[in-house]
Design a protein around this ligand. Structure first.
Ligand SMILES: NC(=O)c1ccc[n+]([C@@H]2O[C@H](COP(=O)([O-])OP(=O)(O)OC[C@H]3O[C@@H](n4cnc5c(N)ncnc54)[C@H](OP(=O)(O)O)[C@@H]3O)[C@@H](O)[C@H]2O)c1
Length: 264
């Protein structure tokens, strides 16, 4: 039997837990804040080493927390909207193989569609979609060579719904689901798992404007069957699962973690 097609057998610690990530290196984008930070710490708790990437100087807390759990941690500050992003990443981490890629970095711009600027359109698509594709292609090549790897894209409820005043964000989050399925379709047979997580409403900087608007925040809260917004940590377990040998046969899936919003 070819072990490359049975990832449950190649994790060092898979015998002790199907969710163990010992011996694997995860690259997480947008790792200094919110969901990316929570996912990074959860991957570290499961035993992964980390490569953390963010735009601002804000990775210290994540890096220290992960190192305290025994992870080897590398950090890079980089604007993923830059066209030279891949060469910057390769320069910094040459020789480091990425076993798990979490395309978490994302931005949102709010404006009515008829007033939406080209800049707000392109900036969002560049980071939320183009950078995610380029990183997936670059990390995916190594994964395909080795015959294993896990890519996790962070989608959204706006991968399924239209949203209000966020046309470029909604377009990017629909597209990231399409990309997830396209890559899964090509790479599932070669040992690489590509999946997505669609978080519901999470209390982070991305939703600060929404939470500051009592009417909108109230409408949203009233619709969530779980009765509360998510904390970033509510999303992290799904990432550990999708990164782990337990998800070996999960391909092209969008795991919705929304407190029941879409079930309503
Ligand atoms: N909060 C929600 O309700 C929700 C729901 C569904 C999906 N999501 C998605 O979850 C992901 C994380 O968002 P969040 O809610 O955790 O908000 P957040 O704390 O604002 O996180 C966004 C992250 O993206 C990074 N980022 C943005 N632009 C970047 C750029 N040009 N280059 C490099 N990194 C960049 C930010 O890095 P810096 O801090 O360094 O700028 C930040 O760490 C996003 O993809 C978002 O769309 C969020």
């Amino acid at each position: 039997m070819d072990v490359a097609h049975h990832p449950a057998r190649w994790a060092d610690a898979s015998a002790s837990s199907p969710f163990a990530l010992c011996g694997r290196t995860a690259l997480v984008t947008g790792a200094g804040t919110g969901i990316g930070r929570a996912i990074s710490l959860a991957l570290a708790a499961a035993g992964a080493d980390l490569i953390l990437l963010s735009e601002q100087e804000n990775l210290d807390a994540t890096a220290v927390g992960a190192a305290e759990m025994g992870s080897k941690v590398d950090c890079l500050r980089l604007d993923l909207g830059r066209q030279d992003r891949l060469s910057r990443i390769k320069e910094a981490f040459d020789g480091n193989s990425v076993d798990i890629l979490v395309n978490n970095a994302g931005l949102i711009r709010r404006s009515p569609a008829d007033e939406f600027t080209n800049e707000d359109w392109h900036d969002v698509i560049e980071v939320n979609l183009h950078a995610a594709f380029e990183l997936s292609r670059a990390a995916g090549r190594g994964m395909l060579e080795r015959g294993y790897g896990n890519i996790i894209n962070i989608a959204s409820l706006l991968s399924f719904q239209g949203g209000v005043f966020v046309s470029s964000y909604t377009a990017s989050k629909h597209a990231i689901v399409g990309l997830t399925k396209a890559l899964a379709n090509e790479w599932a047979g070669r040992g690489v798992n590509v999946n997505a997580i669609a978080p519901g409403y999470v209390a982070t900087a991305t939703t600060e404007d929404l939470r500051a608007d009592p009417r909108r925040a109230g409408e949203i809260s009233a619709r969530i069957p779980a009765g509360r917004w998510a904390d970033p940590e509510d999303i992290a377990g799904a990432a550990v699962f999708l990164a782990s040998p337990a998800a070996a046969y999960v391909h092209g899936h969008v795991l919705v973690v929304d407190g029941g919003w879409l079930a309503r």
